[in-house]
Design a protein around this ligand. Structure first.
Ligand code: PNW
Length: 480
């Protein structure tokens, strides 16, 4: 039986991208290097030695890109601001760098597209990393200075403010695994970095409210996480159940507990006992008042979702190709696990995978959304990223990507399932608007609904983009 399924009226439809992944122009108008500019130059850090130097050249093609968004019926565009443009070297404000985002905002509003602004999508000024980066408490205060400069300039025109994108990646891929910039594999450093990222979030939320940023004034603030669903690979194996608990702690609860319950979970402190980064106790970096700031209510929660996780405890006797490659390595260059102390692998369950070797499990998204409501009483949720690296077939000026369209369709159904179970989901952003610099995988991995020819910078909407534009207009999933 096929039935039409409608989305709520006012459901917000959009697409997402991020500064370093699309802008290029890394030396324009006073921008200084970010940790990703540095990391890309480390031999073996990024597949093919790719860098964001040119990327999609969005910095110079922004008006045309906004026109394309309008053509695709997007109601909202989720972008991020490059900290090293606004505060070169993490220092004083650079009006020339801010100006780009002011023009972008105006261009979007002119096109009737709601700007959805993210302050931090991983491009920390290198100068701040040189002073210790996110394992230093001071970085949270520098983040506040930068964020307020952006707010001074755009607060009147931008209504939706997100502090961080996936702080799990910034903290644990950046400082525990080393698979992402700044490439430090320093054990439990990820936990300390996570706390300082959260502190930066809390400091900004506090100031945002002081400045009158409230839903009554039409202004909203929140954070985007990439929570996962951690299930034991074999529920009958006690060690796998324990692995899933640890994964849940180091991936989900390390953020969800302080944000929504104002505390860190006890099992997390136990799991880090004796191995804290440069300290012996949590009290050395979680200071009085921090948790009050971090747990101040936000107006929405952004959720990025690609796959669930089913860890199996080691030793686990299995051939390497029966493990999900990209789940363990997190980078073409083999790095440490992002989970301190680790002790698990990710065996294949037999589900189909995307071209990124991530298993497709839309029902996990539904379960995740329900959990966020039930266990954390989460504010209204926006799915701020969902998408796939899928096979693109270029043919006579068209790009056929049926795998991506199916992936999106399945996850939109999963979103509707959650809505039917009473979870308030207010919007959805596909990742990504266009192919771009896919971090440690460079340009080899394409997630766009618009194809980018990196030689000519020609943009070609893929079949999935046409399909998505249609879903947006109809506000429902077409009958199969
Ligand atoms: C997210 N991992 O990144 C980001 O928010 C996007 O910028 C990115 O392009 C998108 O998902 C697709 O990858 C992640 O290794 C990158 O676990 C890597 C991981 C998770 C998220």
């Amino acid at each position: 039986m096929t039935t039409t399924r409608h989305f709520p009226t006012d459901f917000l439809w959009g697409a997402a991208a991020a500064s370093y992944q699309i802008e290029g122009a890394v030396e324009a108008d006073g921008r200084t290097p970010s940790i990703w500019d540095t990391f890309c130059r480390e031999p073996g850090a990024v597949l093919g030695g790719d860098t964001g130097d040119v990327a999609c050249d969005h910095y110079h093609r922004m008006p045309q890109d906004v026109a394309m968004m309008k053509e695709l019926n997007l109601a909202s565009y989720r972008f991020s601001v490059a900290w090293p443009r606004v505060c070169p070297d993490g220092g004083p404000v650079n009006p020339a760098g801010l100006n780009f985002y002011s023009r972008l905002t105006d261009e979007l509003l002119e096109a009737g597209i709601k700007p959805w602004l993210t302050l931090y999508h991983w491009d920390l000024p290198q100068a701040l990393e040189d002073r210790g980066g996110w394992t230093e408490r001071d970085t949270a205060y520098r983040f506040l200075d930068y964020a307020l400069a952006v707010h001074d300039a755009l607060g009147d025109r931008v209504d939706a403010w997100t502090t961080h994108n996936e702080p799990w990646c910034s903290a644990f891929l950046g400082y525990t695994s080393g698979g992402h910039a700044p490439g430090r594999s320093e054990g439990v450093a990820g936990v300390v970095a996570a706390h300082h990222l959260l502190l930066g979030h809390g400091l900004f939320v506090d100031e945002f409210r002081r400045r009158g940023g409230t839903p009554e004034q039409g202004k909203a603030v929140g954070i985007t996480l990439n929570p996962t669903v951690a299930d034991p690979f074999d529920p009958a194996r006690e060690a796998d159940v324990e692995a899933a608990r640890r994964l849940d702690g180091f991936h989900n609860r390390v953020f969800l507990e302080p944000l929504f319950h104002g505390k860190y979970a006890d099992d997390l402190s136990r799991d880090t006992e004796g191995m804290l980064f440069q300290c012996r106790q949590w009290e050395e970096f979680v200071l009085d008042g921090d948790l009050e700031l971090i747990s101040a209510p936000t107006d929405f929660l952004g959720v990025n979702f690609y796959h669930g996780d089913l860890p199996a405890a080691v030793p686990f006797d299995v051939e390497p190709d029966e493990l999900l490659g990209s789940r363990i390595e997190h980078s073409p260059r083999h790095r440490e696990s992002p989970y301190p102390g680790d002790g698990f692998v990710f065996p294949r369950t037999g589900r189909p995978t995307t071209d990124r070797d991530w298993e497709i499990d839309p029902a996990a998204l539904t379960r995740l959304l329900v959990r966020l409501r039930e266990e954390y009483d989460a504010p209204p949720i926006y799915i701020t990223e969902n998408g796939a690296m899928a096979h693109d077939v270029l043919e006579d000026g068209a790009v056929h990507d049926v795998g991506r369209q199916q992936f999106l369709e399945q996850h939109l159904h999963a979103t509707l399932d959650a809505l039917e179970q009473g979870v308030q989901v207010d919007g959805y952003f596909v990742w990504s608007l266009m192919d771009n610099f896919e971090w440690s995988y460079g340009y080899a991995h394409r997630f766009g609904i618009v194809h980018v020819d990196y030689d000519t910078q020609v943009r070609t909407p893929k079949d999935s983009a046409r399909w998505y534009a249609d879903v947006i207009t109809q506000n429902r999933l077409p009958v199969a």
